[in-house]
Design a protein around this ligand. Structure first.
Ligand SMILES: Nc1ncnc2c1ncn2[C@@H]1O[C@H](COP(=O)(O)OP(=O)(O)OP(=O)(O)O)[C@@H](O)[C@H]1O
Ligand SMILES: [Mg+2]
Length: 248
């Protein structure tokens, strides 16, 4: 079965062509590191896979678990097991975090015809995760309202842990994290990996990427995947940087 396959995917925003002719295959449970200079198209690809309507697929195909993913609405992609941790998560004043988290969890349970959780039952279930991610003090607030950069990233990680996706796309989840949060998120990702989740990990730092031992490392440049190699590429990136590496 095809897990994730992109074939000649090209994407525009308005009149600007951003992604050009992308090809990518991912097997169930694999981890891909997606790297590249600022503005190379990494977040755009992440958003397109999640179905952000600001982007238009001009040509190409995306298959996920044998389905034509491009026909799926964002919520259907989520129900199919795809999760995106945003690079810049939105602030939604008026949306209570606990209501939101329980809502996404119960929605998933409903689709799978599994039992729903009450407020108390849900709070009890997520308690160990909340502690692991050090989020105890912020969960009574509105969604990302007044959150520090690191708190926003940890809330993204909590959503991922609650939904336990088949494919998690994590867009710079390691930027701006203190050392303890870094370890907590790294541990969580490794646990989900062991449980069979596939990952597309976008980062500017090889520390997280190396520790996840990716099956593939892709470099993007100007909307194209210009290099597709194994994890040895990470050491070369650290040594040379993208410009020199891509010239060599
Ligand atoms: N909605 C949009 N309208 C116009 N241009 C856009 C839009 N979204 C993205 N772009 C442009 O597409 C290019 C790729 O942006 P993207 O955010 O995907 O880069 P990135 O690789 O994630 O960069 P970074 O490492 O800085 O996060 C950039 O030049 C960006 O300005
Ligand atoms: Mg980005």
């Amino acid at each position: 079965m095809v897990f994730l396959k992109l074939e000649k995917l090209s994407v525009s925003a308005g009149k600007i062509k951003i992604l050009k002719n992308l090809n990518l295959s991912l097997r169930s449970g694999e981890t891909v590191a997606l790297v590249g200079a600022n503005g190379s198209g990494k977040s755009t690809l992440a958003q397109v896979l999640m179905g952000n309507p600001n982007y238009r697929v001009v040509s190409g195909k995306v298959k996920f678990c044998n389905h034509n993913l491009l026909k799926f609405k964002p919520e259907e992609r989520s129900q199919a097991g795809i999760f995106l941790a945003w690079q810049n998560p939105p602030v939604i004043t008026g949306l209570a975090i606990m209501d939101y988290l329980r809502g996404i969890y119960n929605q998933q349970q409903k689709v799978k015809k599994l039992p729903l959780l009450t407020i108390d039952g849900f709070a009890k279930m997520i308690k160990p995760l909340v502690q692991e991610l050090g989020l105890n003090r912020v969960l009574q607030r509105d969604f990302n309202d007044g959150f520090s950069g690191g708190e926003k990233k940890r809330l993204e990680a909590l959503q991922m842990a609650i939904l336990r996706p088949k494919l998690a796309i994590i867009d710079e989840i390691d930027s701006g994290l203190d050392i303890d949060s870094f370890w907590a998120i790294k541990t969580l990702i490794n646990r989900l990996k062991r449980q069979g989740a596939a990952f597309i990990v976008i980062s500017h730092y090889t520390r997280l990427l190396r520790s996840l031992r990716p099956d593939k490392v892709l470099i993007m440049s100007q909307g194209e995947i210009v290099k597709n190699s194994d994890s040895t590429l990470l050491a070369q990136i650290d040594q040379l940087g993208f410009k020199r590496l891509l010239k060599s």
